[in-house]
Design a protein around this ligand. Structure first.
Ligand code: TYC
Length: 103
């Protein structure tokens, strides 16, 4: 917004617009083979859930088919998907984890 000071010089008030990044949900999908304890460990270690929350989320996924492990910016969400998928495969489990944009 231009304005003039006492000397008649144009002053410009600078405004920096910041936009919030789109957030991505990291989803856990149910399957018949991944052990419940492994899913709880993943929720604690990669999604910083308490043991109680991790158990509730794991059971919700087990019963409903899928559930939200956490919500992050895109890079963080994709990194979590890659890390958890790698660990699950290393252990021989078919656990599916994916990221989807929110909103
Ligand atoms: N259904 C699995 C079992 O009975 C447990 C499980 C829960 C697997 C959540 C995947 O995302 C998952 N061992």
């Amino acid at each position: 917004r231009p304005d003039t000071d006492r000397a008649g010089h144009t002053q410009t008030l600078e405004r920096t617009e910041t936009r919030k990044p789109r957030l991505w949900r990291v989803l856990l999908l149910n399957d018949d083979y991944t052990p419940m304890d492994f899913v709880v460990l993943v929720l604690e270690r990669y999604f910083r859930k308490t043991e109680q929350d991790a158990e509730l989320i794991m059971l919700a996924v087990h019963h409903k088919g899928q559930g939200v492990a956490g919500v992050y910016t895109r890079d963080i969400a994709e990194t979590k998907v890659a890390q958890v998928t790698q660990l699950a495969r290393q252990e021989g489990y078919p656990l599916r984890v994916l990221a989807e944009p929110e909103g």
